[in-house]
Design a protein around this ligand. Structure first.
Ligand SMILES: *[C@@H]1O[C@H](CO)[C@@H](O)[C@H](O)[C@H]1NC(C)=O
Ligand SMILES: *[C@@H]1O[C@H](CO)[C@@H](O)[C@H](O)[C@H]1NC(C)=O
Length: 336
């Protein structure tokens, strides 16, 4: 119902109610203006929940905030997530990849041009065409928050570097780097606070830039980073509690540094079981978090999120909603 129509109807109903009241002054319950208003506002409510049901596209924002060779694992964490969301169908045009350093080209890299997340070095995360949207010193707190809220210079910023989401977008946001109580360091130079991100999400909600957000962070005291969120439809997980460190999983002695963090490693291990048609749910993922393996207490925040975790598919965030229905056969290599 258009706003104008609603106003007209309300005006009409008000006049009618007053007229009737005038006619039948003995019976006050004949036409209750409050009931009319309640009815109209219920209609609006119904409209809103209809809109909430719509989810048509998935996006990912993946950020490694650390510089320096010894933080190799943070880059590997983010690139591993990048590989996973792409495998599950989110196209590069809907992924914002921010890497504060490029260890692939670090002179200390014994395997130049590569990044591995496992000492078996079976999978080079750098080999497949990766599209880095922001790299090196471009990766700042300001850039990150502007990308989220789309407060970017539109004449200077190509579409590929913008988060062009709308009210039907589910967004997976992954952050990794060094952090502490309610902050995450960027480049060893500055920090984003839990409040900054909470406020950015609130702006995003107000400007209809998301349908749902799945926030994941791997850093020390990570769970404090989602503690300030206050906007609807946000699901959040972190690698460790207040006053608790997060740990790396293992080192590659030839690369010479740790190549992946524990929380990310076990998330990826779970996500490897997910394919495009998977029925696995968020509950399955959260149930898989094992402090004995992760060596810290991963946290899950669901109070801002209405849906039942047993009914939220992993592919609601990881994957391309529309690709499920698209016939992927391009007809070029049909030999039958
Ligand atoms: C007042 O109106 C209501 C609803 O039309 C009716 O059920 C009720 O009997 C009326 N009461 C009197 C006192 O007329
Ligand atoms: C969530 O969904 C599961 C499976 O559909 C059901 O068994 C469970 O009772 C639901 N929980 C709540 C709180 O609704």
């Amino acid at each position: 119902m258009s706003k104008l129509l609603r106003l007209l109807l309300l005006a009409f109903a008000t006049c009618l109610a007053l007229a009737l009241k005038g006619v039948d002054a003995h019976n006050e319950t004949v036409f209750d203006i409050e009931r009319v208003q309640r009815f109209l506002s219920d209609q609006r409510g119904a409209k809103q929940s209809e809109a909430i049901g719509k989810h048509t596209n998935n996006w990912a924002v993946l950020v490694s905030t650390s510089r320096f060779w010894f933080n190799y694992r943070h880059l590997a964490n983010a690139l591993s997530m990048y590989r996973t969301v792409k495998r599950l169908g989110i196209p590069d045009s809907q992924i914002i990849l921010m890497l504060a350093d490029d260890v692939a080209c670090n002179p200390r890299n014994a395997f130049p041009g590569t990044v591995y997340n496992n000492a078996d070095r079976a999978l080079d995360l750098y080999s497949n065409n990766i599209e880095v949207d922001y790299r090196g010193y471009e990766v700042t707190v300001d850039t990150f928050l502007r990308v989220l809220t789309d407060k970017v210079d539109r004449t200077m910023t190509p579409r590929s570097k913008r988060l062009l989401t709308d009210e039907n977008s589910n967004i997976f946001i992954y952050l990794t780097g060094h952090g502490g109580n309610e902050f995450l360091k960027f480049q060893d130079a500055e920090e984003v606070s839990a409040f900054d991100i909470a406020d950015a999400f609130a702006q995003m909600w107000e400007t209809k830039r998301y349908h749902e957000i799945f926030f994941m962070i791997d850093t020390c005291q990570a769970n404090t980073m989602y503690s300030k969120f206050y906007s609807p439809n946000i699901l959040a997980v972190g690698s460790s509690e207040l006053d608790e460190s997060s740990y790396s999983h293992h080192a590659d002695s030839d690369v010479g540094v740790a190549v992946i963090d524990r929380f990310t490693y076990y998330n990826l291990e779970f996500l490897e079981k997910v394919d495009k048609g998977s029925e696995l749910t968020m509950k399955d993922l959260f149930d898989s978090y094992d402090p004995d393996k992760i060596h810290s207490n991963a946290g899950v925040r669901t109070d801002l999120y209405d849906r039942n975790m047993s009914e939220v598919h992993i592919t609601d965030f990881f994957g391309n909603v529309q690709a499920v229905e698209i016939d992927e056969d391009d007809g070029n290599d049909d030999e039958e």
